[in-house]
Ligand binder design. Structure first.
Ligand code: FCB
Length: 450
């Protein structure tokens, strides 16, 4: 049976500035925490950096053509803060020009731009003053939002404040595996609140003229042994730090009380000032959901230690599911569970799947073509879960494959490829993979095949 999606459903692909642009020191771009972090020995696999990335900054025309060829009607990208605001806090016109060319190019091709303001590339000058552990960073973010919105707000309708504040705060300041590489649980807790404050402040800067959302990476979390209270409590804590610490303040205007208890020793509540939660909880137009896998956890020794701040005794337990090259378990029904949870437990609002996809060990042929059946199946199975959620009444408006093209996968460097188009990192030639060709037919039909 052919499965049709609602009329007007958005078929997109996503990227992020530092992962694709390159041109790290061009046209006045300043340093971000990822530039500094990736230069530190031992941080990134193979010593890779994002200096050149997929060279998207120079290959914009080719990438716009690639998107048209894939029949996309939406494209999610992020703006690099240090590209458009210089180290004195002034506008960098040349940097903004790049995003104007991108947005105009998208609109000419009938591709709707989805702009993310923060996909982890904090200007290093702000990290030097404390980064997200410092409350002032939220105000700087609001100032940057103003600059971006004044220039692009007339052409970009869909604005996302933050991408995955979980990773920015907990992986960046807690586990130290993302920039800025700090392992300071108290700073990580502070960063959670200051990122959310930045979200709320940016939301109010953009106002009602355009659509505003936030993108969260959400996971179904299951106890390894549902009859073991230790595992059940571990699942509660992981769900708290991974999902609810972001969902609740944004959608209900309050932090979950059990999570406040878990974080008490880290001074979390000291950062919450009067008025913050009103700002953070201001109504949104959409929620962005990034989905890759689920968590299966125990509070008992054994399994793999997960680097949860404040929950050091939580371990991930593999459950024998197929895994991607990232080692992430494939759990398509988990996407349905996440969407259904939003629908049943939170005030309802439209949802966009802002990222979903998988890395596999691609083997290109002599022409750069990759027959990535595994990725095509991954996408199809997750899209069927989206369709089931829509059938259950969840208002899903669009889906963005991660990613448009192979790129700099953070701590993994270029070794982990997520693209539906292959990138030859010597020539920078892009070649749609089998999954990309398949996705193009689905996008054109607005339906999954039989
Ligand atoms: C998400 C990030 C995105 C990409 C995918 C694989 O956490 O938002 O940039 O790296 O994972």
């Amino acid at each position: 049976m052919t499965v049709a999606f609602p009329e007007g459903f958005l078929w997109g692909a996503a990227t992020a500035a530092y992962q694709v642009e390159g041109a790290a020191a061009e046209d006045g771009r300043c340093e971000s925490i990822w530039d500094v972090f990736s230069r530190q020995p031992g941080r990134i696999a193979n010593g890779d950096t994002g200096d050149v990335a997929a060279d998207h900054y120079h290959l914009l025309g080719a990438d716009l053509a690639l998107m048209s060829g894939l029949n996309l009607n939406a494209y999610r990208f992020s703006v690099s803060w240090p590209r458009i605001v210089d180290d004195d806090g002034a506008i960098n016109r040349k940097g903004l020009d790049f995003y104007e060319r991108l947005v105009d190019g998208l609109l000419e091709r009938g591709i709707r731009p989805f702009l993310t303001l923060y996909h982890w590339d904090l200007p290093q000058r702000l990290e030097n003053r404390g980064g997200w552990a410092d409350r002032d960073t939220a105000q700087h973010f609001a100032d940057y939002t103003q600059i971006a919105h004044e220039t692009l707000g007339d052409r970009v309708h869909d604005w996302t404040t933050l991408n995955e504040p979980y990773c920015a705060a907990l992986l960046g300041y807690g586990a130290g595996v993302h920039a800025p590489g700090r392992r300071e649980p108290r700073a990580a807790a502070a960063a959670v609140h200051h990122l959310l404050l930045a979200h709320g402040s940016a939301r109010s800067v953009i106002g009602d003229r355009n659509s505003v959302g936030i993108t969260l990476n959400l996971y179904p979390v299951d106890p390894a042994d549902p009859n073991d209270q230790v595992d059940v409590d571990a699942a509660r804590r992981v769900d708290g730090l991974q999902n609810r610490i972001f969902l609740d303040p944004v959608l209900r205007g309050a932090y979950p009380s059990d999570v406040l208890g878990d974080l008490e020793a880290l001074g979390f509540t000291d950062h919450i000032k009067p008025g913050d939660l009103e700002l953070i909880g201001a109504p949104l137009d959409t929620l962005g959901v990034n989905y890759y896998t689920g968590h299966h956890v125990t509070g008992r020794p054994g399994g793999h230690t997960a680097e949860w701040i404040g929950s050091e005794h939580v371990h991930a337990v593999p459950r024998g599911l197929p895994t991607t090259a990232m080692g992430w378990e494939e759990l398509p029904e988990g996407l349905f569970r996440v969407l259904n949870r939003l629908h049943t437990e939170y005030p309802r609002l439209p949802v966009h799947i802002t990222e979903n996809g998988a890395a596999y060990d691609d083997v290109p042929d002599a022409h750069g073509y990759v027959e990535d059946h595994a990725r095509r199946w991954y996408l199809e199975r997750h899209l069927r879960a989206v369709e089931t959620a829509i059938g259950a009444g969840v208002d899903v408006r669009g889906y963005f494959a991660w990613s448009l093209l192979d790129n700099f996968e953070w701590a993994e460097g270029y070794g982990k490829r997520f693209g539906v188009a292959h990138v030859d990192f010597d020539t920078f030639v892009r070649t749609p993979k089998l999954s990309g060709r398949w996705y193009a037919t689905v996008a054109r039909a607005n339906a999954l095949p039989e």
